[in-house]
Design a protein around this ligand. Structure first.
Ligand code: BTN
Length: 246
């Protein structure tokens, strides 16, 4: 991972660059990093603020030998990697809000965007994007999201080395990916649960179809979220949004 690494100054979005590279046949493990994105992409067609030199804006090209159903596991894998890097390099307690948000002190510091190109039963490629708010000060974060978004610097009261943090992420990612390929998601599950946010607690869950109150039970061997509603019924979820306290 990262043997093929491209570093840009300003780009629209590292996701789009890696999609292009994938189509040109670039290999598994190609990494694109930018100092700044002017059209950073978040999940659900949201935008992702990516100010210059303040964070890690990075996309990785993966060509896994997996059925498309299992692609979401790679999101969980990436979240685990980021949580470990943060925990190992600070006193912070990162937590993963299923499926892919990284929180510190209940505020989002990082998000993951996994985009898959699949054909019938096989994955052509995956672009796994990671955005980490590293050295933003409060004044760098849009006021309307200050209550729910933060940066590693704000939470730890220290400036972080972006360069070093990127290296740590790539190193850990390579390790975890290798373990995942050998042993499957079971190898990651425990780590994920260690950082899992609100497991065992009551939250509000919404999907395209409905919104309901439930307890987060944990994740399944395949990476799905298991939730128990008040009437005791359990469900496996592959895609949903989790809220609390509203
Ligand atoms: C989310 O909505 O939480 C996911 C955010 C993902 C942002 C990263 S930054 C690097 C990569 N390039 C993008 O345009 N988006 C992802």
């Amino acid at each position: 991972l990262g043997h093929n690494l491209y570093h840009f100054g300003q780009v629209e979005s590292t996701q789009e660059i890696v999609h292009e590279m994938a189509k040109q046949g670039k290999p598994h493990g190609t990494v694109v990093i930018a100092d700044e994105q002017v059209k950073g992409k978040g999940r659900m067609a949201r935008t992702w603020n990516s100010p210059k030199g303040k964070g890690i804006w990075m996309s990785v090209l993966l060509r896994p030998n997996l059925p498309p159903m299992q692609a979401p596991q790679l999101t969980l894998l990436a979240a685990t990697v980021l949580a470990k890097v943060i925990a190992d390099n600070s006193d912070l307690n990162p937590q993963i809000k299923w499926p892919n948000d990284l929180l510190v002190n209940h505020k989002k510091v990082s998000g993951i965007l996994t985009e898959m190109q699949a054909e019938q039963d096989s994955i052509q490629y995956i672009v796994l994007g990671m955005g980490i708010n590293v050295n933003q000060d409060k004044s760098d974060i849009p006021e309307d999201i200050l209550y729910k978004a933060s940066s590693l610097k704000i939470e730890s009261a220290e400036e972080w080395s972006i360069q070093h943090t990127i290296q740590e992420i790539l190193r850990r990612f390579e390790d975890s990916y290798e373990r995942y390929e050998r042993l499957g998601f079971g190898a990651i599950k425990k780590d994920w649960e260690h950082f899992g946010y609100r497991i065992g607690e009551e939250v509000t869950i919404s999907t395209m179809r409905k919104t309901w109150e439930a307890i987060l039970v944990g994740i399944e061997p395949d990476g799905a979220l298991r939730a128990r509603s008040k009437d005791g019924e359990e469900e496996k979820l592959y895609s949903a949004e989790i809220h609390w306290g509203e």
